[in-house]
Ligand binder design. Structure first.
Ligand SMILES: [Fe+2]
Length: 375
């Protein structure tokens, strides 16, 4: 290995360990559900190639070598680049199982609906609507946290067998990578399914051919135990719509308990097909990775998020569009407040549920409690 690649044996062995852990998790073959049969392999999405760990390792190391080449040309040091890979893998292993934790907000929406926001250690927040008619999930978090999340839901008295469906805001593994752990319909944009199938988070964007994006998507899928919803469970929204809410196309509505959620299409600045969810009656705006309360991130989450920023140079596949959609999301929240006279709850893809302050900046709503597993 060392002759071919600019890595030490030690580095190679660490990467092999992360890949082995991925294989042990079920490796996108329904490991979290216990349905480890061939049908799952067939219908499930990328990595369905049946390659051995060694073959996967060789391909992945080729990709890392290309990343090293590209980023060193941009002036980064090889050591720092490689450390970002090992830091990412180690962080995810160390923060799952007994090392798992979450920051939790519980928000009463009305007499029959309570919204839970679970900020996992790394990656996106998992939202659960607890309604009298069942539970609805918005984003699943990483596959590696699926068992930890289920344990946490139970601790909060949430019976996940009551889960009716999942809404997936976008195809990044921290938002959809645990879908396979739940045998329920998962609603998403057709572009999200394409990205899940092809394993390139920049699909459909100006950076579609970026090697950095492709290698990053592979890395995070392995390290976070990628296990998206089975294709039989995937339900697609229309690709586009001529009807708009604010600056966003309105793709349709979904009922959640007794409230109505409008499913809006973002401009694709963070990722093609990313959805924004808006409920005028419940004062809710799920902004995915378009608008977040960065001040609510603790140091460890900030540090972890910087890995993706470093390895793909920007987590937004189109920074200009990302700026535009962020402004549109803020404008929609402000329009809501002007129209209804009620504060709009910004539920970002990461960080806390927040409201906009007088300067239009998100501020955490209510109290946040820290959860650790009672193992
Ligand atoms: Fe994210």
């Amino acid at each position: 290995m060392t002759d071919k690649y600019p890595f030490s044996d030690d580095f190679t062995e660490k990467i092999r360990l992360f890949l082995t852990k991925f294989e042990e998790s079920g490796g996108n073959r329904g490991g979290n559900t216990g349905n480890n049969d061939n049908n799952d392999v067939e219908e499930n999405i990328y990595f369905k190639d049946g390659k051995s760990v060694d073959e996967k390792l060789t391909e992945f190391l080729d990709g890392i070598a290309k990343t090293v080449e590209i980023l060193t040309e941009k002036g980064e040091s090889k050591e720092v680049i490689l450390r970002n890979y090992t830091d990412c893998g180690e962080f995810l292993l160390n923060t799952s199982g007994s090392g798992f934790y979450a920051d939790v907000q519980i928000q009463k929406i009305n007499d029959s609906i309570t919204l839970y926001c679970f900020q996992t250690p790394g990656g996106g927040s998992i939202y659960l609507f607890d309604t009298s008619g069942g539970i609805v999930m918005v984003d699943t978090g990483y596959g590696i946290y699926a068992d930890d999340a289920k344990r946490m839901f139970k601790y909060y008295g949430l019976d996940i067998s009551r889960l009716k469906f999942i809404i997936v805001t976008h195809a990044d593994s921290d938002h959809c990578g645990a879908g396979g752990a739940y045998d329920v319909p998962a609603y998403m944009h057709p572009g999200t399914l394409e990205i899940i199938r092809c394993g390139n988070r920049a699909w459909g964007s100006i950076h579609e051919s970026s090697t950095l994006e492709k290698v990053y998507t592979t890395m995070i899928a392995y390290f976070s135990h990628w296990n998206p919803s089975k294709e039989k469970n995937i339900r697609l929204f229309p690709e586009n719509s001529i009807e708009k809410i604010g600056n966003f196309e309105n793709l349709g509505t979904l009922p959640v308990g007794d409230i109505k959620i409008n499913v809006l299409l973002s401009d694709g600045g963070h990722q093609f097909g990313q959805l924004i969810l808006y409920s005028e009656d419940a004062n809710l705006l799920f902004t995915a990775d378009t608008l977040m309360n960065f001040t609510s991130f603790d140091a460890s989450r900030r540090n972890y998020n910087s890995i993706a920023d470093f390895l793909v140079t920007s987590v937004n596949v189109d920074s200009e569009l990302a700026r535009k959609e962020r402004k549109s999301a803020v404008a929609l929240a402000l329009e809501h407040e002007a129209k209804t006279g009620r504060k709009c709850l910004i539920c970002g893809g990461h960080g806390t549920i927040s409201t906009l302050n007088s300067e239009g900046k998100p501020e955490t709503l209510g109290s946040v409690e820290h959860y650790t597993p009672k193992l």
